[in-house]
Design a protein around this ligand. Structure first.
Ligand code: LLP
Length: 417
Protein backbone atom coordinates (compact mmCIF):
# COMPACT_ATOMS: atom_id res chain seq x y z
CA UNK A 1 0.00 0.00 0.00
CA UNK A 2 1.36 3.40 -0.91
CA UNK A 3 0.11 6.95 -1.29
CA UNK A 4 0.70 7.39 -5.03
CA UNK A 5 -2.74 7.18 -6.63
CA UNK A 6 -4.68 8.50 -9.57
CA UNK A 7 -7.37 11.12 -9.06
CA UNK A 8 -9.11 12.38 -12.20
CA UNK A 9 -6.57 10.65 -14.43
CA UNK A 10 -3.71 12.48 -12.76
CA UNK A 11 -1.10 10.76 -10.58
CA UNK A 12 -0.93 12.27 -7.11
CA UNK A 13 1.68 11.89 -4.39
CA UNK A 14 -0.55 11.96 -1.30
CA UNK A 15 -2.76 14.91 -2.27
CA UNK A 16 -0.26 16.75 -4.48
CA UNK A 17 -0.52 16.36 -8.27
CA UNK A 18 2.83 15.01 -9.47
CA UNK A 19 2.72 17.54 -12.33
CA UNK A 20 2.78 20.40 -9.77
CA UNK A 21 5.99 19.01 -8.31
CA UNK A 22 7.55 18.77 -11.75
CA UNK A 23 6.57 22.34 -12.50
CA UNK A 24 8.53 23.42 -9.44
CA UNK A 25 11.61 21.21 -9.68
CA UNK A 26 11.82 19.83 -13.22
CA UNK A 27 12.71 16.28 -14.26
CA UNK A 28 14.06 13.77 -13.52
CA UNK A 29 13.10 13.91 -9.86
CA UNK A 30 12.52 11.51 -7.04
CA UNK A 31 9.31 12.02 -5.06
CA UNK A 32 8.86 10.46 -1.62
CA UNK A 33 5.73 10.16 0.47
CA UNK A 34 6.05 10.77 4.18
CA UNK A 35 2.74 9.02 4.94
CA UNK A 36 3.93 5.88 3.15
CA UNK A 37 7.23 5.79 5.04
CA UNK A 38 5.41 6.21 8.33
CA UNK A 39 2.78 3.65 7.48
CA UNK A 40 5.39 0.98 6.75
CA UNK A 41 7.42 1.71 9.84
CA UNK A 42 4.31 1.47 12.02
CA UNK A 43 3.28 -1.74 10.26
CA UNK A 44 6.50 -3.41 11.44
CA UNK A 45 6.29 -1.88 14.89
CA UNK A 46 2.67 -2.96 15.40
CA UNK A 47 3.33 -6.41 13.98
CA UNK A 48 5.56 -7.34 16.90
CA UNK A 49 2.99 -6.09 19.40
CA UNK A 50 4.11 -6.66 22.97
CA UNK A 51 7.02 -8.88 21.93
CA UNK A 52 10.21 -6.93 22.81
CA UNK A 53 11.53 -5.57 19.54
CA UNK A 54 13.39 -2.74 17.86
CA UNK A 55 13.19 -1.56 14.29
CA UNK A 56 16.45 -0.39 12.79
CA UNK A 57 15.78 1.11 9.37
CA UNK A 58 18.57 0.10 6.95
CA UNK A 59 19.96 3.47 5.90
CA UNK A 60 21.49 2.08 2.71
CA UNK A 61 18.03 1.75 1.15
CA UNK A 62 17.46 5.50 1.11
CA UNK A 63 19.79 7.76 3.04
CA UNK A 64 18.20 11.13 2.31
CA UNK A 65 18.27 13.22 5.50
CA UNK A 66 14.55 13.94 5.31
CA UNK A 67 13.75 10.22 5.03
CA UNK A 68 15.95 9.48 8.04
CA UNK A 69 14.42 12.39 9.93
CA UNK A 70 10.85 11.19 9.30
CA UNK A 71 11.81 7.79 10.75
CA UNK A 72 13.88 9.23 13.61
CA UNK A 73 10.80 11.20 14.69
CA UNK A 74 8.92 7.92 15.01
CA UNK A 75 11.63 6.66 17.32
CA UNK A 76 13.23 4.35 14.77
CA UNK A 77 16.66 2.89 15.26
CA UNK A 78 19.03 2.62 12.30
CA UNK A 79 21.29 0.08 10.65
CA UNK A 80 24.38 1.59 9.05
CA UNK A 81 27.35 0.27 7.08
CA UNK A 82 29.72 3.24 7.01
CA UNK A 83 30.92 6.33 8.80
CA UNK A 84 29.14 8.34 6.14
CA UNK A 85 25.82 6.75 7.04
CA UNK A 86 26.51 7.37 10.72
CA UNK A 87 27.08 11.08 10.00
CA UNK A 88 23.75 11.17 8.17
CA UNK A 89 21.88 9.47 11.00
CA UNK A 90 23.25 12.00 13.47
CA UNK A 91 22.56 14.96 11.16
CA UNK A 92 19.00 13.71 10.73
CA UNK A 93 18.36 13.60 14.47
CA UNK A 94 18.75 9.82 14.83
CA UNK A 95 19.97 8.28 18.05
CA UNK A 96 23.35 6.59 17.69
CA UNK A 97 22.69 4.51 20.81
CA UNK A 98 19.89 2.93 18.76
CA UNK A 99 22.12 2.38 15.75
CA UNK A 100 23.69 -0.89 14.63
CA UNK A 101 26.95 -0.73 12.68
CA UNK A 102 27.03 -3.61 10.16
CA UNK A 103 29.38 -4.32 7.27
CA UNK A 104 32.42 -6.46 6.44
CA UNK A 105 35.07 -3.75 6.34
CA UNK A 106 34.82 -1.17 9.09
CA UNK A 107 37.77 1.16 9.02
CA UNK A 108 39.69 2.50 11.97
CA UNK A 109 38.23 6.03 11.68
CA UNK A 110 34.73 4.61 11.35
CA UNK A 111 35.08 2.50 14.50
CA UNK A 112 36.48 5.50 16.36
CA UNK A 113 33.68 7.84 15.27
CA UNK A 114 31.07 5.22 16.04
CA UNK A 115 32.42 4.77 19.57
CA UNK A 116 32.64 8.53 20.04
CA UNK A 117 29.00 8.86 19.05
CA UNK A 118 27.98 6.14 21.53
CA UNK A 119 26.93 3.60 18.89
CA UNK A 120 24.61 0.87 20.15
CA UNK A 121 26.12 -2.28 18.65
CA UNK A 122 28.76 -3.38 16.18
CA UNK A 123 27.77 -6.41 14.13
CA UNK A 124 31.14 -7.99 13.55
CA UNK A 125 32.15 -10.37 10.83
CA UNK A 126 35.73 -11.41 11.64
CA UNK A 127 38.24 -11.99 14.36
CA UNK A 128 40.38 -9.12 13.12
CA UNK A 129 37.45 -6.82 13.56
CA UNK A 130 36.94 -7.94 17.16
CA UNK A 131 40.61 -7.22 17.87
CA UNK A 132 40.46 -3.79 16.24
CA UNK A 133 37.31 -2.77 18.12
CA UNK A 134 38.70 -4.04 21.42
CA UNK A 135 41.97 -2.14 20.88
CA UNK A 136 40.31 1.12 19.84
CA UNK A 137 37.72 0.92 22.63
CA UNK A 138 40.59 0.35 25.07
CA UNK A 139 42.43 3.44 23.77
CA UNK A 140 39.28 5.49 24.09
CA UNK A 141 38.35 4.05 27.45
CA UNK A 142 35.03 3.02 25.96
CA UNK A 143 33.00 -0.16 25.85
CA UNK A 144 31.68 -1.60 22.59
CA UNK A 145 28.60 -3.80 22.38
CA UNK A 146 29.06 -6.53 19.77
CA UNK A 147 27.00 -9.14 18.00
CA UNK A 148 28.58 -11.61 15.60
CA UNK A 149 26.90 -12.00 12.24
CA UNK A 150 26.48 -15.68 11.59
CA UNK A 151 25.79 -17.18 8.24
CA UNK A 152 22.96 -19.69 8.58
CA UNK A 153 23.59 -21.16 5.10
CA UNK A 154 20.03 -20.87 3.83
CA UNK A 155 19.01 -19.95 0.33
CA UNK A 156 16.93 -16.76 0.35
CA UNK A 157 15.83 -17.61 -3.23
CA UNK A 158 16.35 -14.10 -4.49
CA UNK A 159 18.65 -12.50 -7.09
CA UNK A 160 22.20 -13.85 -6.57
CA UNK A 161 23.61 -10.32 -6.14
CA UNK A 162 21.37 -9.71 -3.14
CA UNK A 163 21.51 -13.14 -1.53
CA UNK A 164 23.88 -13.14 1.41
CA UNK A 165 23.18 -16.13 3.65
CA UNK A 166 24.90 -18.93 1.74
CA UNK A 167 28.23 -20.52 2.66
CA UNK A 168 29.80 -19.02 -0.47
CA UNK A 169 28.94 -15.52 0.60
CA UNK A 170 31.51 -13.01 1.86
CA UNK A 171 29.06 -12.11 4.64
CA UNK A 172 28.86 -13.55 8.13
CA UNK A 173 30.68 -16.43 9.73
CA UNK A 174 30.05 -20.13 10.10
CA UNK A 175 28.74 -21.09 13.52
CA UNK A 176 31.99 -22.80 14.48
CA UNK A 177 34.06 -19.73 13.72
CA UNK A 178 31.51 -17.46 15.36
CA UNK A 179 31.61 -19.56 18.53
CA UNK A 180 35.38 -19.04 18.76
CA UNK A 181 34.89 -15.30 18.37
CA UNK A 182 32.27 -15.19 21.13
CA UNK A 183 34.58 -17.06 23.47
CA UNK A 184 37.33 -14.56 22.73
CA UNK A 185 34.97 -11.60 22.94
CA UNK A 186 33.94 -12.64 26.44
CA UNK A 187 37.61 -12.24 27.45
CA UNK A 188 38.39 -9.10 25.41
CA UNK A 189 38.80 -5.75 27.14
CA UNK A 190 36.45 -3.01 25.98
CA UNK A 191 33.97 -5.55 24.59
CA UNK A 192 30.48 -6.41 25.82
CA UNK A 193 28.68 -9.29 24.12
CA UNK A 194 25.25 -8.04 23.07
CA UNK A 195 23.60 -10.48 20.70
CA UNK A 196 23.65 -12.60 17.58
CA UNK A 197 23.08 -11.16 14.10
CA UNK A 198 22.06 -12.61 10.78
CA UNK A 199 20.84 -11.26 7.43
CA UNK A 200 20.14 -13.71 4.65
CA UNK A 201 19.42 -11.46 1.68
CA UNK A 202 17.12 -8.89 0.20
CA UNK A 203 13.81 -8.87 -1.71
CA UNK A 204 12.77 -12.11 -0.01
CA UNK A 205 9.20 -12.95 -0.93
CA UNK A 206 8.49 -16.06 1.14
CA UNK A 207 8.68 -16.90 4.82
CA UNK A 208 10.37 -20.32 4.61
CA UNK A 209 13.98 -19.03 4.34
CA UNK A 210 13.37 -16.85 7.40
CA UNK A 211 12.01 -19.82 9.34
CA UNK A 212 15.04 -21.95 8.47
CA UNK A 213 17.45 -19.14 9.30
CA UNK A 214 15.85 -18.40 12.67
CA UNK A 215 15.92 -22.07 13.60
CA UNK A 216 19.65 -22.14 12.99
CA UNK A 217 20.19 -18.90 14.87
CA UNK A 218 18.29 -20.32 17.84
CA UNK A 219 20.34 -23.55 17.72
CA UNK A 220 23.38 -21.35 17.92
CA UNK A 221 21.97 -19.29 20.81
CA UNK A 222 21.53 -22.59 22.68
CA UNK A 223 25.14 -23.50 21.99
CA UNK A 224 26.25 -20.12 23.31
CA UNK A 225 24.11 -20.64 26.42
CA UNK A 226 25.89 -23.94 27.07
CA UNK A 227 29.15 -21.98 27.10
CA UNK A 228 27.79 -19.42 29.53
CA UNK A 229 27.25 -16.66 26.96
CA UNK A 230 23.94 -14.83 27.25
CA UNK A 231 22.33 -13.32 24.18
CA UNK A 232 20.48 -10.06 24.90
CA UNK A 233 19.09 -9.57 21.38
CA UNK A 234 18.73 -11.40 18.09
CA UNK A 235 19.28 -9.10 15.14
CA UNK A 236 17.44 -10.82 12.34
CA UNK A 237 18.48 -8.43 9.57
CA UNK A 238 16.25 -7.04 6.85
CA UNK A 239 15.27 -8.41 3.50
CA UNK A 240 11.49 -8.52 3.38
CA UNK A 241 10.52 -7.96 -0.24
CA UNK A 242 8.09 -5.59 -1.90
CA UNK A 243 5.81 -5.89 -4.91
CA UNK A 244 7.50 -4.56 -8.03
CA UNK A 245 5.36 -6.50 -10.48
CA UNK A 246 3.40 -9.56 -9.40
CA UNK A 247 5.30 -10.74 -6.33
CA UNK A 248 3.25 -11.24 -3.19
CA UNK A 249 5.70 -10.85 -0.34
CA UNK A 250 4.49 -11.64 3.18
CA UNK A 251 3.09 -8.65 5.05
CA UNK A 252 5.04 -7.39 8.09
CA UNK A 253 2.29 -8.97 10.21
CA UNK A 254 2.88 -12.48 8.88
CA UNK A 255 6.63 -12.07 9.05
CA UNK A 256 6.53 -10.91 12.69
CA UNK A 257 3.99 -13.55 13.65
CA UNK A 258 6.27 -16.29 12.39
CA UNK A 259 9.23 -14.90 14.33
CA UNK A 260 7.19 -14.57 17.53
CA UNK A 261 5.67 -18.03 17.24
CA UNK A 262 9.00 -19.62 16.53
CA UNK A 263 10.58 -17.92 19.52
CA UNK A 264 7.78 -18.94 21.82
CA UNK A 265 7.60 -22.52 20.55
CA UNK A 266 11.28 -22.92 21.32
CA UNK A 267 10.90 -21.38 24.72
CA UNK A 268 12.68 -18.09 24.05
CA UNK A 269 11.67 -14.51 24.67
CA UNK A 270 14.85 -12.83 23.50
CA UNK A 271 14.28 -9.29 22.17
CA UNK A 272 14.39 -9.08 18.39
CA UNK A 273 15.90 -6.34 16.24
CA UNK A 274 15.12 -6.14 12.55
CA UNK A 275 16.73 -4.06 9.80
CA UNK A 276 14.15 -3.45 7.08
CA UNK A 277 15.16 -1.08 4.30
CA UNK A 278 13.27 -1.84 1.10
CA UNK A 279 10.00 -2.77 2.82
CA UNK A 280 9.92 0.71 4.41
CA UNK A 281 11.24 2.91 1.61
CA UNK A 282 10.58 0.91 -1.59
CA UNK A 283 7.11 1.97 -2.56
CA UNK A 284 7.40 5.26 -0.68
CA UNK A 285 9.16 6.74 -3.70
CA UNK A 286 8.77 7.24 -7.43
CA UNK A 287 11.14 8.56 -10.08
CA UNK A 288 9.48 11.05 -12.41
CA UNK A 289 10.91 11.48 -15.88
CA UNK A 290 9.91 13.32 -19.06
CA UNK A 291 9.60 11.71 -22.48
CA UNK A 292 12.20 13.30 -24.73
CA UNK A 293 11.32 11.54 -27.98
CA UNK A 294 9.96 8.39 -29.56
CA UNK A 295 12.11 6.47 -31.99
CA UNK A 296 11.50 3.40 -34.08
CA UNK A 297 14.12 1.01 -35.44
CA UNK A 298 13.34 -2.03 -37.57
CA UNK A 299 13.12 -4.33 -34.58
CA UNK A 300 12.10 -2.13 -31.68
CA UNK A 301 10.48 1.10 -30.61
CA UNK A 302 12.10 3.31 -28.02
CA UNK A 303 10.64 5.80 -25.64
CA UNK A 304 13.64 8.00 -24.79
CA UNK A 305 13.32 9.67 -21.39
CA UNK A 306 15.47 12.08 -19.41
CA UNK A 307 16.16 9.63 -16.54
CA UNK A 308 18.90 7.07 -17.02
CA UNK A 309 20.77 4.19 -15.47
CA UNK A 310 22.82 6.67 -13.45
CA UNK A 311 19.59 7.77 -11.74
CA UNK A 312 18.12 4.28 -11.29
CA UNK A 313 20.53 1.43 -11.88
CA UNK A 314 18.36 -1.46 -10.68
CA UNK A 315 17.09 -2.48 -14.15
CA UNK A 316 20.63 -2.54 -15.57
CA UNK A 317 22.25 -4.18 -12.55
CA UNK A 318 19.70 -6.78 -11.49
CA UNK A 319 17.39 -6.94 -14.51
CA UNK A 320 14.92 -5.48 -12.03
CA UNK A 321 11.38 -4.67 -13.08
CA UNK A 322 9.88 -1.30 -12.12
CA UNK A 323 6.36 -0.44 -13.18
CA UNK A 324 6.22 2.64 -15.42
CA UNK A 325 2.99 4.64 -15.65
CA UNK A 326 1.87 7.78 -17.44
CA UNK A 327 1.50 10.66 -14.97
CA UNK A 328 -1.53 11.89 -16.94
CA UNK A 329 -3.83 9.20 -18.25
CA UNK A 330 -5.28 10.10 -21.60
CA UNK A 331 -7.57 7.43 -23.05
CA UNK A 332 -7.49 9.10 -26.45
CA UNK A 333 -3.74 8.68 -26.88
CA UNK A 334 -2.41 6.03 -29.21
CA UNK A 335 -0.76 3.17 -27.35
CA UNK A 336 2.53 1.61 -28.33
CA UNK A 337 5.03 -0.89 -26.96
CA UNK A 338 8.39 0.65 -26.14
CA UNK A 339 11.71 0.03 -24.52
CA UNK A 340 12.01 2.94 -22.12
CA UNK A 341 15.62 4.10 -22.35
CA UNK A 342 17.71 7.01 -21.09
CA UNK A 343 20.38 9.31 -22.50
CA UNK A 344 23.42 7.37 -21.20
CA UNK A 345 25.74 5.85 -23.80
CA UNK A 346 25.35 2.21 -22.77
CA UNK A 347 23.02 -0.44 -24.10
CA UNK A 348 22.31 -1.36 -20.47
CA UNK A 349 20.75 2.06 -20.04
CA UNK A 350 17.11 1.11 -19.84
CA UNK A 351 14.41 1.68 -17.25
CA UNK A 352 11.99 -0.87 -18.69
CA UNK A 353 11.57 -3.12 -21.70
CA UNK A 354 8.46 -3.87 -23.78
CA UNK A 355 6.19 -1.47 -21.95
CA UNK A 356 2.80 -0.55 -23.29
CA UNK A 357 2.42 3.20 -22.97
CA UNK A 358 0.30 5.98 -24.44
CA UNK A 359 2.87 8.74 -24.73
CA UNK A 360 4.07 11.67 -26.78
CA UNK A 361 7.26 13.68 -26.44
CA UNK A 362 6.99 16.02 -23.45
CA UNK A 363 4.76 13.68 -21.41
CA UNK A 364 5.65 12.66 -17.89
CA UNK A 365 6.20 9.08 -16.72
CA UNK A 366 6.50 7.78 -13.18
CA UNK A 367 8.74 4.84 -12.35
CA UNK A 368 7.19 3.21 -9.32
CA UNK A 369 8.68 1.54 -6.26
CA UNK A 370 11.87 3.54 -6.66
CA UNK A 371 12.15 4.74 -3.06
CA UNK A 372 14.68 2.07 -2.04
CA UNK A 373 18.03 1.57 -3.77
CA UNK A 374 17.12 4.31 -6.25
CA UNK A 375 18.70 7.69 -5.51
CA UNK A 376 21.31 6.12 -3.20
CA UNK A 377 22.74 4.02 -6.01
CA UNK A 378 22.82 7.01 -8.35
CA UNK A 379 26.02 8.24 -9.93
CA UNK A 380 27.23 11.11 -12.07
CA UNK A 381 28.12 8.89 -15.03
CA UNK A 382 28.19 10.88 -18.26
CA UNK A 383 28.57 13.96 -16.01
CA UNK A 384 24.87 13.91 -15.36
CA UNK A 385 23.79 15.99 -12.36
CA UNK A 386 21.83 13.95 -9.84
CA UNK A 387 18.09 14.58 -9.80
CA UNK A 388 16.18 16.65 -7.27
CA UNK A 389 14.50 14.77 -4.41
CA UNK A 390 11.20 15.92 -2.98
CA UNK A 391 9.25 14.87 0.12
CA UNK A 392 5.48 15.14 0.02
CA UNK A 393 3.57 15.52 3.26
CA UNK A 394 -0.19 15.61 2.82
CA UNK A 395 -0.95 18.57 0.57
CA UNK A 396 2.52 20.09 0.66
CA UNK A 397 5.93 19.22 -0.66
CA UNK A 398 9.49 20.26 -0.05
CA UNK A 399 12.75 19.85 -1.95
CA UNK A 400 14.89 17.61 0.27
CA UNK A 401 17.82 17.44 -2.11
CA UNK A 402 18.43 20.12 -4.70
CA UNK A 403 19.21 19.08 -8.23
CA UNK A 404 22.96 19.16 -8.81
CA UNK A 405 24.39 21.45 -11.43
CA UNK A 406 27.20 20.50 -13.83
CA UNK A 407 29.81 22.88 -12.39
CA UNK A 408 29.33 21.37 -8.93
CA UNK A 409 30.30 17.99 -10.31
CA UNK A 410 33.88 19.04 -11.05
CA UNK A 411 34.16 21.69 -8.34
CA UNK A 412 36.63 19.61 -6.32
CA UNK A 413 38.78 18.66 -9.34
CA UNK A 414 41.90 20.60 -10.33
CA UNK A 415 43.84 21.57 -13.43
CA UNK A 416 47.57 20.92 -13.53
CA UNK A 417 49.70 23.96 -12.59
N1 LLP B 1 20.78 -5.44 6.90
C1 LLP B 1 21.88 -5.80 6.21
C2 LLP B 1 23.03 -6.32 6.94
C3 LLP B 1 21.91 -5.66 4.81
O1 LLP B 1 22.99 -6.04 4.14
C4 LLP B 1 20.78 -5.15 4.13
C5 LLP B 1 20.77 -4.99 2.67
C6 LLP B 1 19.66 -4.78 4.90
C7 LLP B 1 19.69 -4.94 6.27
C8 LLP B 1 18.41 -4.21 4.28
O2 LLP B 1 17.82 -5.11 3.43
P1 LLP B 1 16.37 -4.80 2.80
O3 LLP B 1 15.38 -4.84 3.95
O4 LLP B 1 16.42 -3.47 2.18
O5 LLP B 1 16.18 -5.87 1.83
N2 LLP B 1 20.83 -2.82 -4.06
C9 LLP B 1 20.01 -4.02 -3.97
C10 LLP B 1 19.75 -4.42 -2.54
C11 LLP B 1 21.01 -4.62 -1.71
C12 LLP B 1 20.72 -5.01 -0.29
C13 LLP B 1 21.95 -5.02 0.53
N3 LLP B 1 21.77 -5.28 1.92
C14 LLP B 1 18.72 -3.80 -4.74
O6 LLP B 1 18.53 -2.72 -5.29
O7 LLP B 1 17.91 -4.71 -4.84
Amino acid sequence: MDHFNFTDSLLHAESVPVSDIVEAVGTPCYVYSRATLERHWHAFDRAFGDYPHRIHYAVKANANLAVLNVLARLGSGFDIVSGGELARVIAAGGNSAHTIFSGVCKQEWEIREALESGIGVFNIESEGELEAISRIAGEMNAEAGISVRINPDVDARTHPYISTGLKLSKFGLSQDRALDIYLRAAQSPGIRVHGVACHIGSQIVELAPYRDALDRVLDFVEQLGERGITVMEIDFGGGLGVRYRDESPPAPDEYARQIREQMVSRGFRIPVAIEPGRAIAGNAGILVTRVHSLKRNEQAAFCIVDAAMNDLIRPALYQAYHEIVEVVRDGARERGVYDVVGPVCESADFIGKDRELAVRPGDLLAVRTAGAYGAVLGSNYNSRPRPAEVMVDGGTFQVVRARENPAELFGSEALLP
